[in-house]
Design a protein around this ligand. Structure first.
Ligand code: ATP
Ligand code: SF4
Ligand code: MG
Length: 327
């Protein structure tokens, strides 16, 4: 297994108390596999990814439990220097906002080239040639000229392509894309997502795709992990989830996707708000919003149970959910 996160726990000390952002998350990604991590804002998707990358601020953040194995090594036991090396060449991250992730005062050619100079010991001239190749690879028109331009001179979609090029420059084994297309127009979103999926196949990298849009993952992901209040509540192959969700929260997310055949009808929305992480409800943390909640849900916390050998659900009533066809 390329990456294995086991029972990860992360908390933040805030003025008002301790925010339990990640509460025992386990997931795994193999080479050539795409895992989509899904969930509403604040569910802990980014914090989990930042813990894997080793890039969140401690303090206020603190990893209070769990392990992260990357190519067989427990990252949480490595020295910062070793982690930095892995972060440079073994794994890379693509962020939502390319404009703030790229350096505004360096041309894109210099930024791309620097990766090859620093990590591969190339000459500036060779590095520049590789930068142009990479820009062509992510289909930036007139790459040989545009390599001198600065990030702000590109459109949002083109900038996102440049960030993808930066992430893939050193051919990392793992790429984490955190809402890579959220800031783009819908048509550009699809193009950038297609490009990412194509490169992922070609390089056979493991990809973690963080999104709150279930619509985009159907074509590109192999598996889906659904997060709620810092936990994985359902984990399954994409086709299983689309056929029938085994958790009421996943069902709510599925029902919230706009569908062409329902044009004009009011869009379903999961009622209520995500919980306050300073004070997560007892029992099943989703119970205040769950249409299937029973008394037991308010007191007993459901563990992630095996639905099949490739699927898990943290719901006391996953069987009923799975078979509720008239929904
Ligand atoms: N720097 C921080 N200081 C304090 N709390 C934080 C910090 N970063 C994250 N958190 C807490 O962790 C929770 C989870 O944050 P995270 O960024 O992982 O959410 P997310 O699932 O990625 O949401 P989104 O879809 O909005 O990006 C937040 O709701 C917040 O309570
Ligand atoms: S355990 Fe209960 S409250 Fe939680 S998702 Fe299942 S039915 Fe809903
Ligand atoms: Mg996030």
């Amino acid at each position: 297994m390329l990456l294995e996160v086991r029972e990860l726990q992360v908390e933040f000390r805030t003025r008002d108390g301790v925010a339990h952002a990640v509460n025992g998350v386990s997931y795994a990604v193999d080479a050539g596999e795409t895992l989509a991590v899904l969930g509403e804002s604040g569910s802990g998707k980014s914090v989990t990814a930042q813990a894997v990358m080793g890039i969140f601020d401690m303090p206020p953040g603190r990893i209070t439990g769990g392990q992260i194995f990357f190519q067989g090594r427990d990252l949480l036991k490595l020295r910062e220097e070793e982690r930095r090396r892995i972060r440079g060449a073994g794994m890379a991250m693509i962020f939502q906002d390319a404009l703030s992730a790229l350096n505004p005062v360096l041309s894109v050619g210099d930024q791309l080239g620097e990766m090859f100079v620093v990590h591969r010991g190339m000459s500036k001239k060779d590095a520049r040639a590789r930068a142009v190749e990479l820009m062509e690879r992510v289909r930036i028109p007139a790459a040989a000229q545009r390599v001198r331009d600065y990030p702000h001179q590109f459109s949002g979609g083109m900038r996102q392509r440049i960030m993808i090029a930066m992430a893939l420059a050193l051919e990392p084994a793992l790429v984490i894309a955190d809402e890579p297309t959220t800031a783009l127009d819908v048509t550009v979103q699809a193009q950038v997502m297609d490009l990412l999926a194509e490169l992922q196949r070609e390089y056979r990298m493991g990809l973690i795709l963080i999104t709150h849009d279930l619509g985009v993952v159907a074509d590109v992901a192999d598996r889906i992990a659904v997060m709620y209040a810092g936990k994985i509540v359902e984990s399954a192959p994409v086709r299983d989830i689309y056929k029938a969700p085994a958790h009421p929260y996943t069902r709510g997310l599925l029902d919230s996707i706009p569908r062409l055949d329902q044009k004009g009808q009011e869009l379903y929305a999961i009622k209520g708000l995500p919980p306050n992480l300073l004070d997560i409800p007892p029992g099943c943390s989703f119970h205040p919003r769950c249409p299937m909640a029973q008394d037991v849900c308010r007191t007993d916390e459901p563990a992630l149970q095996e639905v099949s050998d490739v699927r898990g659900s943290a719901c006391h009533f996953w069987r009923e959910c799975l078979h509720d066809r008239d929904h």
